[in-house]
Design a protein around this ligand. Structure first.
Ligand code: CA
Length: 227
């Protein structure tokens, strides 16, 4: 049975989510704050975490960041709960490595279907676990530490920029369409801006100080990295 942890300080919402998940065949466990979550993660790594942004004390972003930067737990799928009309929160959550978000108030059915969708697409992340480093020209990606080194210098990347760069390098010499990139990096259910890919490619290029020597634009199609 897949264990799902819920972090939400509002007891009513936490109980509602737990109840719905338990009824759908998941083993749900609720937590009011980050500290109790991390204590439990040490005992058992969950299949997924539903994480509210607005919490007393450590907020959802800090917890997300901590999980994504901690070895062995950095790959736990995470769905964030965001408040209505907080567009910025959604973008920020996805950029920091959340797999999806649910906007409050939400229906129980919607929540369950999002949980299922995220759990379905997760195995892809484990494909290259044994491979520790990926090299391309003067770029070195450390898949365990999630660091990027270019010509001997470390470059800070957001979670999504790292995923994007890794995806391009893995598929070097293949043209990737915007749809393919969106599906791979943001998931099939992603309903955000269609220009998200372009925006991330642009910031990636800036960080790579790329005058298109790495990432090539294929007009009207998408992008590729060429040997
Ligand atoms: Ca809350």
């Amino acid at each position: 049975m897949a264990a799902i942890y819920i972090v939400e300080d509002e007891e009513n919402i936490r109980n509602l989510i737990s109840y719905a998940l338990n009824n759908s065949g998941y083993e749900a466990l609720g937590f009011g704050d980050g500290a109790s979550l991390f204590t439990q993660i040490d005992q058992e790594k969950p299949s997924l975490i539903i994480l509210d942004i607005m919490l007393d004390g450590e907020d959802g972003y800090e917890i997300l960041k901590q999980i994504r930067s901690t070895k062995n737990i950095e790959d736990i799928p995470i769905i964030m709960l965001t408040a209505k009309d907080q567009e910025y929160d959604k973008v920020k959550a996805l950029d920091m490595g959340a797999d999806d978000y649910i906007t409050k108030p939400f229906g129980v059915m919607e929540m369950i279907s999002r949980v299922k969708a995220v759990l379905r697409r997760i195995p892809s992340r484990e494909e290259n676990v044994e491979e520790a480093n990926v090299e391309f020209k003067d770029i070195i990606l450390d898949l365990n530490k999630r660091t990027v080194e270019i010509d001997g210098e470390f470059v800070d990347m957001t979670f999504k920029e790292f995923e994007l760069l890794y995806y391009l390098i893995k598929n070097r010499n293949i043209v990737l369409t915007r749809d393919q990139i969106t599906n791979e990096i943001w998931g099939y259910d992603y309903e955000g801006e269609s220009r998200t890919v372009d925006v991330h490619i642009r910031s990636l290029r800036q960080k790579l100080t790329d005058d298109r020597k790495y990432i090539k634009t294929v007009r009207n199609v998408g992008y590729m990295i060429e040997d």
